[in-house]
Write a protein that binds this ligand. Structure first.
Ligand SMILES: [Zn+2]
Length: 166
């Protein structure tokens, strides 16, 4: 653990391997459906836990009541560049999650968006026309976009490639 304040805490990949997030935070009680590994940067660059964003993710999971496959959560600058993320992507702050919608019915997708809004998510990027469809959620300013849309700001991850769903 190297950086901590009331909003967020950072763990290196070595700290994650040692189980520090579980030991130092109230992880199992607070975020029972997610593991530090699935939220860490895919390049081994560690995990930035933004408490408010992760609380929203857990709340969404609890209300939606379906397994959630996370393609991309926290990203280091390097990894964000590699996957074509926006320059000021909220993935860099641990405040964005790409959730797979593969195999979900239209009704499930609609209820997912409904519960995401109730849980406190405010940014929505729709990538539903991809071979591996997903929705980007974040806790930034209120905005929505989809693949191919022209009005975007520099936090909108419209450029992001298909995340690597595990
Ligand atoms: Zn995203």
């Amino acid at each position: 653990m190297s950086v901590q304040n009331s909003h967020q805490v950072f763990f290196t990949s070595a700290a994650i391997a040692k189980g520090d997030p579980e030991h130092l935070l109230n992880w199992q009680q607070r975020w029972p459906n997610f593991s530090p590994n699935e939220l860490a940067s895919r390049d081994g660059g560690g995990l930035l836990v933004n408490y408010k964003a992760l609380d929203a993710l857990q709340q969404l999971r609890t209300m939606w009541r379906m397994p959630m496959v996370i393609g991309s959560a926290y990203r280091t600058q390097d990894h964000n560049k590699r996957v074509g993320g926006a320059e000021k992507s909220l993935h860099l702050q641990g405040r964005a999650f790409d959730v797979s919608m593969r195999g979900r019915s239209d009704a499930s997708v609609v209820s997912f968006i409904y519960y995401a809004t109730k849980a406190g998510f405010t940014g929505f990027g729709m990538y539903l026309d991809r071979p591996s469809p997903f929705i980007h959620l974040d806790t930034g300013s209120h905005r929505t976009w989809q693949t191919g849309q022209s009005r975007l700001d520099d936090t909108d991850d419209v450029g992001e490639l298909t995340p690597q769903f595990q």
